[in-house]
Each structure stands twice: as C-alpha cells, then as structure tokens.
Design a protein around this ligand. Structure first.
Ligand SMILES: Cc1cc2nc3c(=O)[nH]c(=O)nc-3n(C[C@H](O)[C@H](O)[C@H](O)COP(=O)(O)O)c2cc1C
Ligand SMILES: [Fe+2]
Ligand SMILES: [Fe+2]
Length: 397
C-alpha cells in the first residue's frame, strides 16, 4: 500500500530535509527543502527520475520497495547531477543492481567523475525517447546551464507531465501535500523567487532558451526537484520564471540596502525610505546588509524595480557587506533596475566610487547624482537623500 501516487503511472518518491540549515552551505532554509524524485511505471519498465541527497537515500529505497513489491526499477534518469539529486546513486545501484543510469554525454561524464560509475549506463541525446511500455513514453529535452551544463528535462508524453529538474523549483519542504491543488501555495512563491535568484539567477538567457524549447509541449503537470508539483498554477509558475529570467522586476517596489557602523549612513537610508513612502511607494523593504541574509537581499533585488544602496567608505573601499551584495548582483547580471546611491565617509568618498563602478557593470545609470555625506549627514545631505528618493519614485510611477 502506498499513498504517493500523484497521477496515473507517477509516484512521488522524494524526501524532506528539515535539518540542513544552509542549502549549498550558502542559502538559509528556514522552512527546509524537499528533494523531489519520481517513479514512473509502464507495463514493461520502471524508471526513477532524479534521486535524492545521500543522507536520505535509504529512506527513498525503502519507499521504492514498498511501491514496487516484486518489481525492481529498470532506469535511473538523471536530469541534474548536483549532489542534492545524485548523491544517492551508489546506494540505489547497490539496492537495485539491474538499474541502468540514463543521461546525456555530459551527465555520464559527471557520473563517472563523482561516483566512479561507468557500467550499466545509457546515453541519450536531445529529443530521444524511451518507451516504458503501455503508452508510457519519455522524451528528453537538453536544457544546458539551467543551472549546470548537463541539465535536461524529461517529458512524459502521454501523461503531459514535465520533469523539469531544478527549473520551477523552490525552497520550502512539503508539509504533507505534494501537488499544488492540495495546499495553500502562497508561501512557496517568495521562496521560488529566492531559489531562482540565488541559484539560477546568473543563467537567465539559458532559462529563456529552455522555455522556448518547451513552448510546443503540452504541459499539464510540472514535477520539479524542489517544492510543490505544479498542476493548477502552471501558468503562474511559468510566467514567474519567464519574467525573472528576463531580469524583469515583479513589482514597482523598492529594496533599500544599507551598511552602517555608527548610524550615519543608516539615517540617510531612512530619509530616502520616508520620502519614497510619502510619494506613494507602498512596497519598501529595508535591509541592514550586516544583519540580513544575502540570500533574501538578492531575492528582493530581483523582485523590486527600485533599489537604493547606501554605504560608508571602509578602509579606502566600500563597506564589505554591501560590496559583497553588489558583487553577487553583478555575478547574476542584474539589470532593468532604477537605482539611487547614497554614501558617507570621513576623508575620501571611495565607497561611492566603487558603487558607481558596479553600476557601470550593470549598464545602469543612477536616477540622480549619488549623495555623498562627509562626517555625519547634515540637514542638506538628508534633503539630498530625499531628493534622490523622489527622483526614484517618479521613475517608478
Ligand atoms: C574601520 C573604519 C574604516 C574607515 N575607513 C575609511 C576610509 O578609508 N575613508 C574614509 O573616508 N572614511 C573611512 N571611515 C569613516 C567612515 O566611512 C565614516 O565615519 C562614515 O560616516 C561611517 O558611516 P556609519 O556611521 O554609517 O558607519 C572608516 C571608518 C571605520 C570605522
Ligand atoms: Fe541544482
Ligand atoms: Fe536541486
């Protein structure tokens, strides 16, 4: 008996991780994460699509045995080799010695490199199909660099289900429900923006290519490797990915990120925030870069069209936590934002100069001249901060 059948021929065999504090040792997991995996059975053959992280592999093997009884799985299809999905390969092969590993040439090179596996593999190419029997046909779409070079998607033709790998995934473990229609999905959408911007964000153009490739496939179910299975909200999820991967902001809100040791720069940021609110900007998020997680700051910068960055000069450079964020945004190629810069210093305004260098890399011109305060910001400097905020607000209207 098993209650994990989510559609005809498809069982959910993923696991929840509510223990790991940082995904990839970088990104906070306040609500955990799921490593989704699926079992798809035809009349002749059974395939596992993506595995789980190694510490959950035995749990998964047990689940597979419960579902299959006397049958054993024939294929392990690897859409993505990141170890959160491939870590259990060796244990799966020991439990099911007949298992053939299915992947493209780049996948199989990684299977060899990571796990020393060279036998019992099946190399597939873009567009190839695999018949499991009884009207269960799988087709492979290579979607490189979403977000690793070997990434691909597997499409169950008759079932109109897309096994998308990390694409359309999000942070947040599954609390009993698996498919979107069984749950309130609202809390997963901000976590999709965070997942996308943190992990996939650099590869927008490749996501766009993948979306174009999928444009003609009829999709009634998206089975990604993290978070809910999407059925009712497919359009919303694809639209979100489409916008994020074109670096389009999701709303006209403003992210304010400031760094401050003794409160001078913080006051400048607060003055800007107050003016934005007075001019009708309703969505304003303020981060003290020394306190907030970089993960959430990146996500907010991807979500909102407006961005205020405020930082002091530090050791002839930019205050480190703000520099780190600007670097992270540069790596991800953030663009299409309206930006205002504020800074303070005591003997040379080096911080502002470095912020301007980053802006050049983003091919972005600030909405106003940067405000640079020497020592504590005086009335005049705070008025300039409000004016810069005003210029930003009018760009957002
Ligand atoms: C450790 C440290 C290093 C600093 N390095 C510089 C510097 O290289 N150039 C400069 O003009 N000011 C420097 N400052 C001064 C600060 O930039 C200045 O006091 C600023 O107003 C601090 O802003 P805050 O009150 O928001 O922290 C430094 C301050 C500290 C504490
Ligand atoms: Fe991944
Ligand atoms: Fe993943």
């Amino acid at each position: 008996m098993t209650n994990s059948e989510i559609a005809p021929h498809i069982h959910y065999i993923g696991v929840n991780d509510r223990t790991t504090p940082l995904f990839e040792s970088l990104w906070p997991l306040p609500n955990g994460v799921s490593y989704n995996s699926y079992l798809i059975s035809g009349s002749d053959k059974v395939a596992i699509i993506d595995g789980v992280e190694v510490s959950h592999a035995l749990e998964q093997i047990d689940h597979i045995k419960t579902i299959l009884g006397d049958r054993t799985p024939d294929y392990l299809i690897i859409n993505h080799m990141e170890p959160d999905h491939s870590g259990g390969i060796s244990l799966l092969r020991s439990a099911f010695p007949g298992l053939t590993i299915v992947g493209n040439a780049q996948t199989l090179a990684m299977v060899k490199g990571f796990y020393g596996v060279t036998d019992n593999t099946l190399a597939i190419k873009d567009g190839d199909t695999l018949e499991l029997g009884g009207d269960v046909t799988l087709q492979f779409f290579l979607t490189p660099m979403v977000h690793w070079p070997e990434t691909m998607m597997t499409y169950f033709k008759e079932g109109k289900a897309l096994f998308s790998g990390d694409a359309f995934g999000c942070f947040g473990a599954l609390n009993g429900a698996i498919v979107d229609r069984e749950m309130n999905t609202e809390r997963y959408f901000p976590e999709m923006v965070r997942y996308y911007s943190n992990i996939v964000g650099k590869y927008g153009q490749f996501v766009q290519r993948a979306l174009a490739k999928l444009a003609n496939a009829e999709i009634e179910m998206i089975c990604s490797t993290h978070g809910p299975v999407w059925q009712e909200e497919i359009d919303r999820v694809i639209d979100l990915y489409n916008r994020l991967s074109q670096y389009q902001p999701l709303d006209n809100g403003v992210t304010i990120v400031y760094g401050s040791m003794y409160g001078n720069t913080a006051r400048m940021a607060e003055a800007a925030a107050r003016q934005l609110a007075l001019e009708g900007v309703k969505e304003i998020v303020i981060h003290n870069a020394s306190v907030s997680s970089q993960s959430q700051m990146i996500a907010d910068c991807f979500a909102h069209r407006g961005l205020v960055i405020a930082a002091p000069t530090y050791s002839d450079g930019l205050f480190p936590p703000v520099a780190a964020l600007m670097k992270a945004l540069t790596v991800r190629g953030l663009k299409n934002r309206e930006v205002a810069l504020l800074g303070s210093h005591t003997w040379s305004p080096q911080g502002i100069k470095m912020m301007q260098k980053y802006l050049e890399a983003w091919e972005t011109e600030a909405v106003a001249a940067p405000v640079s305060a020497k020592h504590a910001p005086d009335h005049n400097a705070l008025t300039q901060c409000a004016e810069a905020a005003s210029a930003l607000a009018s760009k957002l209207r």
